[in-house]
Structures are given as structure tokens and as C-alpha cells.
Ligand binder design. Structure first.
Ligand code: CP
Length: 312
């Protein structure tokens, strides 16, 4: 079965992940897209975004698609039109794929249940899933190590609010990586336990191949959490500081989905250090999103894909 809507890590088998990485690497190497054109896309971002929004738009343009501008603040959503009716409207006008970021967890489930006449790609739902970030993270790790099995990956930071952590842990676990988590203990909730143990940051740093730091999502913290939060204390206990950095293996890489809170998740001067792959992740994101859009629009291009049916 093919993916015709790309919404969650639950849909991606290791085989499909491998095929998408191969296709994204081919695009990075200059492979020509072969989507039948014209094709029309709209990107509906109901939460702020720099990377995901512009990266999807760049991917759509590189695939030769025409991108219709959509600004939720200027749309009839402000008059009470539902998201489903907005998508029906776009489909009626000729849009074939909608890339959506939305603050509501799993907003896409009700849309999929309505069998709307266009493809949906999830660009991040609340604290739920972020499948395109997951896929570009996999590509970046694969580019570095060539495999996932046995790789030690530390995921550190604002776990409970992070859709990146949730998508990435599922897929990395399925691909055979060994996961460990750190960050404020209260954010290591039950759902993480089956994917790996919690350990202090100082214990994780010397042993990992991949150190994946997560942004503290201040916009999702409660007033009480914000009042209690100290940037200095967080950086000291859970950040990659200048003191901790030399303890990383020389072969290890630092990842962060960004935007980065400099001086909190990692020291200011480490954002661009030799072991950082943060901007490489963003660069790879364009090619991975091309592969994902191609998979959705023309699944036969990703030959031999085998995916789980999405159940809702
Ligand atoms: N990583 C990520 O999703 O960044 P944006 O919020 O800028 O899209």
C-alpha cells in the first residue's frame, strides 16, 4: 500500500524510510524529478515556521509544482470556515496537495476520515508528529554513518512538547538505533519509556554517536513552568555547554531541529562547531521533502514501497 497522505511516523516502514532516503540523496545529487506537471500545492501554516514552510515551498518549486499562497490570517478561516471546508475549497480550485502545520494534536485524523479530494502532508501537529523533520533527520544520520543499527542516539530536552522527539524515536527504534533520553525529568513521560531509559546529560554525552538536542518550547510551557524556568540552570544541567562539548566522541554529531535557543540547548559558539549538523539538516530537508511529496503524488516513483495502512 502506498502513502497518499503523509502524516505520521506510524506510516513509515524501515523499507520505505530507506527508499525515501535513497530518493532524497538522488535529488541532492541532481536527479531530475519526474512528476507529471502541472501540479498545484498550497501550504497552510497555522503556527509559525521558518524552515518547514520555506523548505516545503522550495521542494515544491524544485519539483516543478506551482505553489498557491495561503495566509490563514487573510483566509476565510477567520470567518469560521472549517479546515475541511477550506481544503475542499482549495481542491475545487485545483490544488492537489496541502501541506499543513496546525497546533491541534492529530488534526489530520478527522480530515483523513472525510476522504477529501486532495493529498495531505503533515508539517507538524501540536506536540504530536513531525514526519518531514523525522525523515530529514534520518537522511542526515544516514549520510554520516551509512546505517542506523546499533547507533547510540541521545535525545535531550523538551521531550513532552516535542513532535520531533515523538516521530524520531519511533523510527530510530524501528531502525535498530539505541536511544537514551535526558532533560528535565518531568518531561520524560511514560510514552518514552518503551523507547529508551532516562540518564543524566553528563552520562549521555560521552557515549552517543548522535546527540539530538530539542528546543525548549516556551510557547507551550504553562505559566508556572515559565516562572520556574532558569536559562542558566537548564544550560548547566541539560545543555551542551563549552565544558561538556570536549567529552563528545570526535565521531559524534550534534543535531537540533531548530530554531535554536542559543545559550540554552547549546552554547552559542557550538551552533556552528565542526560536529554540528544543524544547517546540514535544513539543507537535506529540501531534498527529503521533494522525495516525500513525490511519494504522495506519484507513489510508483518510489518503487517497491511497503507501508502500514494508517488507521484512524
Ligand atoms: N524544525 C522546524 O520545524 O522549524 P520551523 O518551526 O522553523 O519550521
Amino acid at each position: 500500500m502506498s502513502i497518499t497522505d503523509f502524516v505520521s511516523a506510524n506510516q513509515v516502514t524501515p523499507q520505505l524510510a530507506d527508499l525515501l532516503i535513497q530518493r532524497a540523496e538522488a535529488f541532492k545529487g541532481g536527479a531530475t524529478p519526474n512528476l507529471p506537471l502541472p501540479m498545484y500545492a498550497a501550504n497552510l501554516f497555522f503556527e509559525p515556521s521558518t524552515r518547514t514552510h520555506t523548505s516545503f515551498e522550495m521542494a515544491e518549486r524544485k519539483l516543478g509544482m506551482t505553489v498557491l499562497p495561503f495566509d490563514p490570517r487573510q483566509s476565510s478561516v477567520t470567518k469560521g470556515e472549517t479546515l475541511a471546508d477550506t481544503l475542499r475549497t482549495l481542491a475545487a480550485i485545483g490544488v492537489q496537495v496541502a501541506v499543513i502545520r496546525h497546533p491541534v494534536n492529530a488534526y489530520y485524523q478527522s480530515l483523513l476520515a472525510e476522504h477529501l479530494p486532495l493529498h495531505i502532508v503533515n508539517a507538524g501537529d501540536g506536540a504530536g508528529q513531525h514526519p518531514s523533520q523525522m525523515m530529514l533527520d534520518l537522511m542526515t544520520i544516514h549520510e554520516e554513518f551509512g546505517h542506523f543499527k546499533g547507533l547510540k542516539v541521545g535525545i535531550v530536552g523538551d521531550l513532552s512538547h516535542s513532535r520531533v522527539a515523538k516521530s524520531d524515536m519511533q523510527m530510530l527504534h524501528d531502525l535498530g538505533a539505541e536511544l537514551t533520553f535526558s532533560g528535565p525529568k518531568a518531561w520524560y513521560t511514560k510514552e518514552f519509556e518503551k523507547y529508551g531509559p532516562y540518564e543524566p546529560m553528563a552520562d549521555i554525552v560521552p557515549k552517543v554517536d548522535v546527540l539530538m538536542l530539542l528546543r525548549v518550547q516556551f510557547e507551550r510551557l504553562s505559566e508556572a513552568e515559565k516562572a520556574e524556568f532558569s536559562e542558566e540552570t537548564y544550560h548547566e544541567r541539560f545543555g551542551l555547554s563549552d565544558q561538556l562539548y570536549p567529552k563528545l566522541k570526535k565521531s559524534a554529531i550534534i543535531m537540533h531541529p531548530a530554531p535554536v535557543n542559543r545559550g540554552i540547548e547549546l552554547a552559542d559558539d557550538l551552533v556552528l562547531c565542526p560536529q554540528s549538523r544543524i544547517f546540514q539538516q535544513m539543507h537535506n530537508g529540501v531534498f527529503m521533502r521533494m522525495a516525500m511529496l513525490e511519494q504522495v503524488m506519484m507513489p510508483q516513483a518510489t518503487e517497491g514501497s511497503r507501508v502500514h495502512a494508517f488507521t484512524h
